[in-house]
Every structure is written in structure tokens, then in C-alpha cells.
Design a protein around this ligand. Structure first.
Ligand code: GDP
Length: 211
């Protein structure tokens, strides 16, 4: 897939503004400041495709980027701003929920988490929606360059252990895969592209095969 070809399509503040629910797309979600914009920019080898905005009120929109006529990347609004008014939080929740639950072209969700922080309650809520909607999730542990190699690997293993925890408790994290990532050092970009290729390519093949 040629992620460098990504082009901005539109910003949506409600579901009626989403592009037609056709083809395939992969979405990115994460708390604000987790490194989501930097990850999208590194993935697409662009300096400012996903704007790096720190203004809470402005982030309540879903941005769609086209890779080709059938494939899209989707930047979901960041969450976790402490000072955001309740009505903004409620709008965020409705918007993300309507996207995750009803978007049939969605092939997978990249959940962006700062490697130095544990998964937040909102990260877990998003993953619970993924489980309900049978959407595969990939956890991207960003800013790995800020930790020693050992500490970064330990954080990855912790997430992986939580993913495989269901044998006994039945409440494993509904996550398909996880990886370390650094936008600054461009580490993990190929691994992320491989994951997206699988999600986007798989569906293409399914669609092409004779029924
Ligand atoms: P967003 O709010 O989730 O879109 O996060 P941004 O992409 O805007 O990143 C938040 C801050 O973390 C910015 O100051 C980035 O420069 C920094 N940042 C993002 N990714 C990395 C990374 O891989 N390594 C380091 N050291 N800093 C990063």
C-alpha cells in the first residue's frame, strides 16, 4: 500500500458527514498527546498530514484521508482533556460510538497509547466497543524512544500478557496485536504498515474473489 499517497478528504462532526460507507478503512484513536498525529504523519511519511492541534474544542471531529478510491485512513478525535466541558465529552462519545458501531468499511482500529502510561479507562472502553462490534484492534505504544529498551519491552510485554489473559479470567484485552513505535526515530513504521496492509489487503482480496 502506498501510504505516502494519503490525501485529506474531509472532516466530519456528525455521522451524516462521513464519506460513503464503501471500500475499506483503518482508524486511529487515542488520548490527546498520545502521539496519534505524529504516528499518522510517520506512517504516511508526511510532516503535517494529521494536524498536531492542542486545542480541545477543535479536536471533536473525525478526519478522513484517502489512500485510493477504495481505501481510507481515519483520524478519530483525541480524548482525555481534563478541562473539557461535559457536553463536549458527550459529543465525543456519541461521535466515536456511532462511528465504531455502524461503520461497516472499518477493518481495524489502531489504539495509540503513550508507552509510559498504562491503558486508560477510555482506551479500555474503546476496546470494549471493538469487542462488541468484532473490530480487530492493534495497540501502538508510542514514544518508545523515551524509555530504555528494557523498559519499553517490559511495557509491551505487559500489554501482551493482558491480551492473553483470558484462559483463566475470560476478560483478556480484545486486542489482536501490539507493538512499540517511535515517530521521532521512525521505529516500528514498517511493522505498523504491515498490520494495516493485512487489514486493508485482506478485504480487497475477499472482495475480488468470485462468490
Ligand atoms: P496527539 O495529540 O495524540 O496527536 O499527539 P502528537 O502527535 O501531537 O504528539 C504529542 C507530543 O508528543 C508532541 O510534542 C510530539 O512531538 C511528541 N511525540 C509524538 N510522538 C513521539 C515520539 O515517537 N517520540 C517522542 N520523543 N516524542 C513524540
Amino acid at each position: 500500500m502506498h501510504y505516502g499517497q494519503a490525501a485529506f478528504m474531509l472532516s466530519a462532526v456528525e455521522a451524516s458527514h462521513f464519506p460513503a460507507d464503501e471500500g475499506c478503512e483503518v482508524a486511529f484513536v487515542g488520548r490527546s498527546n498520545s502521539g496519534k498525529s505524529s504516528a499518522i504523519n510517520a506512517l504516511t511519511s508526511r510532516r503535517a498530514l494529521a494536524r498536531i492541534s492542542k486545542t480541545p474544542g477543535r479536536t471533536q471531529q473525525i478526519n478522513f484521508f484517502s489512500l485510493d478510491e477504495q481505501l481510507r485512513l481515519v483520524d478519530l478525535p483525541g480524548y482525555g482533556f481534563a478541562k473539557v466541558p461535559l457536553r463536549v465529552k458527550q459529543h465525543w462519545q456519541r461521535l466515536i460510538e456511532s462511528y465504531l458501531q455502524y461503520r461497516s468499511s472499518l477493518q481495524g482500529l489502531v489504539v495509540v497509547v503513550d508507552v509510559r502510561r498504562a491503558l486508560s479507562d477510555l482506551d479500555r472502553q474503546i476496546l470494549a466497543w471493538c469487542r462488541v462490534s468484532a473490530i480487530p484492534a492493534h495497540v501502538l505504544l508510542t514514544k518508545a524512544d523515551k524509555l530504555s529498551r528494557n523498559a519499553a519491552c517490559a511495557a509491551l510485554h505487559q500489554v501482551q500478557a493482558a491480551m492473553n489473559d483470558n484462559a483463566v479470567s475470560g476478560d483478556a484485552l480484545p486486542v489482536e496485536s501490539a507493538q512499540l513505535f517511535s515517530a521521532t526515530k521512525k521505529h516500528g513504521v514498517d511493522e505498523l504498515r504491515d498490520r494495516l496492509d493485512q487489514w486493508l489487503g485482506q478485504k480487497k482480496k475477499e472482495k475480488k474473489s468470485p462468490s
